[in-house]
Design a protein around this ligand. Structure first.
Ligand code: E4P
Length: 216
């Protein structure tokens, strides 16, 4: 399973890349806004200098022509830029057109298997089901993820399943068990994945015993 960073923060991306945890990056308008008054295209270019894998840049137009125009423009920033289009009617028309021009599209804001089927048929390179936001409204995001993985496998569709809106390590573990191609997560979730009190206690004891034995 590939790890993508769900952030637009350059320090977090650099930190994850140092561990080999940044196979790609997903940004969205909210994440870019959190970085302050940055120039969008320059910021995406800066991310692409750190990460070799797919870096998602999301369109903000509502209509198909505007999305295609933005997609064509952003795809020139770097060869690893992937265009993020919303799972709307216009978004899927734009996906089809961009895919036809050899530009990879990450279809975002997916909340059901039926939407994921449409995205794959439209030519999405990635589908992003939002697990956490489904959980937030009392639906089980993992069930939707499981349905999508199963359906895509039935037909050998090339669209990669990118588990998104992950909020905690259990989401990552279950996404891996279900066979998601990619998990995109905030840096905070990577931090949580590291932590175990027995590791800390064990390390402290080893070092204390070592010091007690008089070794340096
Ligand atoms: C995916 O590409 C989105 O950027 C992201 O996973 C949304 O997560 P959130 O629901 O925590 O905002």
């Amino acid at each position: 399973m590939k790890f993508f960073l769900d952030t637009a923060n350059l320090n977090e991306i650099r930190e994850a890349a140092a561990f080999g945890f940044a196979d790609g990056v997903t940004t969205n308008p909210s994440l870019i806004s959190k970085e302050g008054d940055v120039d969008f295209k320059q910021h995406i270019a800066a991310i692409c200098e750190i990460v070799q894998g797919p870096v998602s840049a999301e369109v903000t137009s509502q209509d198909k022509d505007g999305m295609v125009r933005e997609g064509l423009e952003y795809s020139k920033i770097a060869p690893n830029v992937v265009i993020k289009c919303p799972l709307t009617r216009d978004g899927l028309k734009a996906t089809r057109e961009l895919d036809g021009q050899g530009i990879r599209v990450n279809v975002t804001l997916c909340f059901s298997a039926s939407q994921a089927i449409l995205a794959a048929k439209a030519g999405a390179s990635f589908i992003s089901p939002f697990l956490g936001r489904l959980d937030d409204i009392g639906h089980n995001g993992l069930v939707v993820l499981q349905e999508i993985v199963e359906i895509y496998e039935n037909y050998g569709w090339k669209t990669e399943v990118l588990a998104a809106s992950l909020r905690h390590p259990i989401h990552v573990i279950e996404a891996a068990r279900l066979g998601a191609d990619i998990a995109t997560m905030p840096f905070k979730v990577i931090d949580q994945m590291f932590s175990h009190p027995l590791t800390d206690a064990g390390q402290a004891k080893f070092l204390a015993d070592w010091a007690k034995s008089g070794r340096k």
